[in-house]
Design a protein around this ligand. Structure first.
Ligand code: CP
Length: 333
């Protein structure tokens, strides 16, 4: 494995093998496996879990890491091609990224969507421009429409709590005061389809996931025996659910138009996951969310503090799943 950018690049059997490696590294730790190896982490956007879990994972495998957060102690980086750099950014990624890559054995990059042009974000224009500058193993730490590290950890988490491979996975839009990127819903949708689940995307009018993302998930479902559909009928969607995966995302009917998005979401504060969402679900239905989550806005205390919530295990599995990714990328086996 040379790059970890998208679960779709791996396929189902390779994902399952990667998760088996993650379990092996938990059962039989290898504290010197990556001795002498250095991971570079470039965060163009904030993080808690991704940053801490990659640093901890490298340390647990005997390697080390450095973190660059442009504009906070390091030069602010320009990402746009052809930019006239007479503003705050002192350095362009075209110089900065090859320099960083030359210092390390693998590089991770987090670069969220611009959130203005849906076509450009779906094409991963910003992330791909940077990926093209890296000649080392590369990890996607969250791009415009992907978060493969989160998806891998989520798959592992469902395995660990016994969610059936063909169970019902409801990816539900949840309220947030601002438009958020499509990366996590896109990655969760594809992951659940690839796992072979019966996937239902539950969202209000105006928030349908783009056709390109639904088509990609349908292709994965065809290969794995799963299914993918979309609805705005909450009771019907949640009936028999094994997982309610709550996530906030932008209005796609007016992508990039902040005013129109705000007008649409103003009526949707009721999309906060509460106990009554589980009334028709499977008895052992669990709540997933990638975190960070706004309590009593996206998900109520009564759910997050209940036995249904597996958000802490999801976050912990960022560490265990990513250790397998690092091992594959840096040991090459
Ligand atoms: N879920 C996730 O990626 O968390 P961070 O944004 O804190 O890294």
């Amino acid at each position: 494995m040379k790059r970890f950018l998208d679960l779709a690049d791996l396929g189902r059997e390779e994902v399952i093998a990667l998760l088996e490696l993650a379990r092996r590294l938990t059962r039989s730790p290898e504290p010197h496996a990556l001795s002498g190896k250095i991971l570079g982490l470039l965060f163009l956007n904030p993080s808690l879990r991704t940053l801490a879990s990659f640093q901890a994972g490298m340390a647990r495998l005997g390697g080390t890491s450095f973190v660059i957060t442009p504009g906070q102690g390091t030069w602010q980086l320009e990402t746009k091609r052809g930019a006239v750099m007479d503003g705050a950014a002192a350095e362009h990624v075209r110089e900065g990224i090859p320099v960083l890559a030359s210092y390390c054995d693998a590089l991770g990059i987090r670069a969220f969507a611009d959130g203005k042009d849906l076509g450009a974000d779906l094409a991963e224009t910003r992330f791909n421009a940077m990926a093209g500058l890296v000649d080392k193993p590369l990890i996607n730490l969250e791009s415009a429409v992907n978060h493969p590290c989160q998806a891998l950890a989520d798959w592992k988490t469902m395995d660990e709590v016994g969610v059936p491979r063909d169970g019902r996975f409801v990816l539900s839009w949840a309220y947030h005061p601002r438009p958020l990127p499509l990366a996590v819903p896109a990655a969760a949708l594809h992951m659940a389809a690839l796992r072979g689940m019966q996937v239902v995307v539950l969202r209000p009018e105006g928030f349908a996931l783009p056709k390109a993302l639904m088509d990609k998930a349908r292709r994965a479902a065809e290969l794995s025996g799963g299914s993918v559909r979309e609805t705005d009928e909450r009771n019907e969607a949640l009936s028999g659910a094994h997982i309610i995966y709550a996530k906030e995302w932008s209005a796609t009917s007016c992508y990039g138009d902040a005013e129109a998005d705000a007008a649409l979401r103003a009526r949707l504060a009721g999309w906060c996951v509460r106990n009554d969402w589980f009334a028709r679900a499977a008895a052992d239905c669990r709540l997933m969310h990638c975190l960070p989550v706004r309590r009593n806005v996206a998900v109520a205390d009564e759910v997050l503090d209940s036995g249904r919530s597996i958000v802490q295990l999801e976050a912990y599995n960022r560490l265990t799943a990513q250790m397998a990714v690092l091992y594959r990328l840096l040991k090459g086996i």
